[in-house]
Design a protein around this ligand. Structure first.
Ligand SMILES: *[C@@H]1O[C@H](CO)[C@@H](O)[C@H](O)[C@H]1NC(C)=O
Ligand SMILES: *[C@@H]1O[C@H](CO)[C@@H](O)[C@H](O)[C@H]1NC(C)=O
Length: 147
């Protein structure tokens, strides 16, 4: 049973944990690879892989591939394959911005009775040549895990 006070404390720690450390090289980052985003008049279709090193608040490293979807799904969708050492999921979505897209990645994991959600996004050009770019997660939430 997690008390209300410890949840508030966790949220405070979690909120402080994500902002960048002093140098950019040790900033918590996820790496997208093989990103393509191809659009027709009506919709854009994307696919990519994304990996993350271990991060703040006990965020586990992960390796997700086959993350795909389209600009009209309006919901986060799980990647096809996920390697992660704790119960968790990596889901993605994107919003079309004309010749660019806003790519969203969400890491959810459970640890020590707490369910965490870490989210990040990056705006990147459309294209069918696979590309690599970084996403710097900017939000984390922590709530007691329902048992
Ligand atoms: C994406 O991940 C899959 C499965 O691990 C791999 O076969 C593929 O080569 C990866 N693509 C890129 C661009 O890294
Ligand atoms: C997208 O990420 C930026 C930081 O890169 C952040 O300021 C912004 O709030 C994020 N947008 C959404 C909708 O989460």
């Amino acid at each position: 049973m997690v008390s209300k006070i410890s949840v508030v404390a966790l949220l405070a720690v979690a909120a402080l944990a994500v902002p960048a450390p002093s140098t950019s090289s040790d900033r918590y980052v996820w790496t997208v690879s093989g990103y393509i985003n191809v659009c027709t008049a009506a919709t854009c279709y994307y696919v990519f892989n994304v990996t993350g090193e271990a991060g703040p608040s006990g965020a586990p490293s992960f390796d997700a591939s086959g993350c795909s979807g389209n600009s009209l799904q309006y919901a986060f969708k799980s990647c096809a394959t996920l390697g992660i050492d704790v119960p968790g999921d990596v889901t993605t979505d994107e919003k079309s911005l004309g010749n660019r897209a806003n790519v969203f990645v969400k890491l959810a994991y459970k640890k020590d009775g707490v369910a965490y959600t870490v989210t990040g996004n990056e705006t990147t050009p459309n294209g069918k040549d696979p590309r690599v770019f970084n996403i710097y997660p900017d939000a984390i939430s922590a709530v007691p895990d329902k048992v």
